[in-house]
Design a protein around this ligand. Structure first.
Ligand code: TRP
Length: 447
């Protein structure tokens, strides 16, 4: 007997906000702008859009369908749609495992963001020289208890939202935070419009620079499209399993892909405008967000306001992603142990928080611990996002395209939609998407 009735989203917009919340994350803000700049600007954006359309959306649809038609967690779903002990559930096992691993270190970064917002509130940066701002990150990372404190704080916030359940926790918070995130982006864009580098930044983003284009760019664009939509680890199987109306799968996937892409482009506009106004180049990853930008904020009119808004933006982006990661694990635990969801949220979340401690320590006390030349944090990131995610993506798309096949695709698109559309979707999930992801997977090893 189930302890409770299976919940569902109260509205279609709730699901779209939740899935967009998962997709829109740190990757949109600290990875996409840099990748776009480094790989040919407008040309990269174009290839990126194609990858979203031809690889991202098909896998997105596969995941949502698997969830919506099984109404089960990311592992059990495969058994329901295939048979008990189905080999396909390996995708789910990898997925739930990857969700737990990714959350454990994602939350460490979430903690840094909290620390920077805290510093921004108290105007910590304004009196500091560039060198001191640069050192702020090193100082934070060199203080184990502080990194762990913020990591736990971030996990506590994540647990606090997920514990409310699908409708009263995840849906409610995504419906609040996503519009706020959008407003913050608009305010920041409005602000940077008055910076001298605005047009140069815009041109850098939109005008193709063919001299930077290599075949590698296509792989990078595909990898980013896949990562940015949060594919391959069962987030959308899980979120899809709470859908009331599975006739909206296609619509949902397009809406989320559009929102995710718009946010990546807006973040890029903001970052390029600021960076170019000071004659600098956009950096990638933590260096951009925790070093370059705080230094430049300091030099801008209204720096207090800009830096607070920016770190709030990062908190919203990170927390709406981390709750989706925790939900994958919680949905699985709840259905596997058939225990009270609230208790399992606390237990699961706490275990993951503890599992994140070595990642937090890999920047200080344990920075000598390495495997294949990578620290603990990097190795966990590599295993989960460079191996588990693509493997999950291939299996999911092949399962949908070949195993469930035509019938499932027609059920997804609905009869009235042109036959052409189902055939396209069928072959995208059968061949194009798995092949592209497989090539990315191999590329991850040899690069
Ligand atoms: N899409 C997120 C980003 O752009 C990162 C991410 C990848 C993710 N896979 C995920 C987030 C799964 C939540 C769940 O930053």
């Amino acid at each position: 007997m189930d302890l409770q009735k299976r919940p569902s989203w109260s509205s279609q917009i709730g699901l779209v906000m939740a899935a967009a919340g998962s997709a829109i994350g740190l990757g949109n803000i600290w990875k996409f702008p840099y990748l776009a700049g480094d790989n040919g600007g407008g040309f990269f954006v174009l290839i990126y859009l194609l990858c979203v359309l031809l690889v991202g959306i098909p896998v997105f649809i596969s995941e949502l369908f698997i969830g919506a038609s099984s109404k089960k967690n990311a592992i059990k779903a495969f058994e329901v749609l295939d048979k008990p002990k189905s080999k396909w559930q390996i995708a789910g096992i990898f997925g739930v495992g990857a969700a737990a691993i990714i959350l454990s270190y994602y939350s460490v970064i979430g903690g840094w963001v909290l620390d920077y917002e805290f510093k921004s509130i108290f105007n910590f940066f304004s009196t500091k020289t560039d060198k001191e701002v640069t050192e702020a990150l090193d100082n934070l990372l060199a203080t184990p208890w502080l990194v762990i404190f913020w990591h736990f704080a971030f996990m506590a916030m994540t647990i606090g939202i997920v514990i409310g359940g699908i409708e009263k926790g995840i849906e409610k918070w995504n419906k609040r935070l996503m519009p706020l995130l959008f407003i913050v982006l608009l305010v920041l864009i409005f602000r940077v419009m008055f910076e001298p580098g605005f047009l140069k930044g815009l041109a850098f983003l939109l005008v193709p620079n063919m001299s930077r284009v290599t075949p590698n760019c296509v792989l990078v664009a595909c990898g980013q499209a896949f990562f940015s939509l949060s594919l391959g680890l069962g987030v959308l199987i899980t979120y899809g399993s709470y859908m009331k109306d599975s006739s909206k799968i296609i619509r949902t996937s397009f809406e989320v892909a559009i929102l995710d892409t718009i946010v990546a482009l807006m973040a890029a506009v903001i970052i390029f405008a600021i960076v170019f106004s000071f004659g600098m180049n956009p950096d990638k990853g933590p260096g951009l967000v925790f070093v370059t930008l705080p230094i430049l904020f300091n030099k801008m009119f209204g720096s207090y306001f800009i830096s607070n808004l920016f770190f709030l933006l990062l908190i919203f982006a990170a927390i709406t992603s981390s709750i989706s990661l925790l939900e994958v694990v919680v949905t699985f635990l709840t259905e596997y142990f058939n225990w009270e969801r609230k208790k399992l949220t606390i237990i699961g979340g706490t275990l993951i928080a503890l599992f994140g401690v070595p990642s937090a320590l890999s920047f200080n006390l344990w920075n000598k611990v390495t495997l294949f030349g990578m620290g603990i944090f990097d190795i966990l990131d590599f295993i989960s996002s460079s191996i588990f995610l693509p493997v999950g993506g291939v299996v999911i798309s092949v399962f949908y395209g070949w195993k469930l096949g035509k019938k499932a695709v027609e059920a997804t698109t609905g009869k009235p939609i042109a036959h052409f559309f189902s055939i396209t979707l069928l072959w995208l999930t059968r061949i194009v998407a798995p092949l592209a992801i497989l090539i990315m997977l191999i590329h991850n090893f040899i690069k």
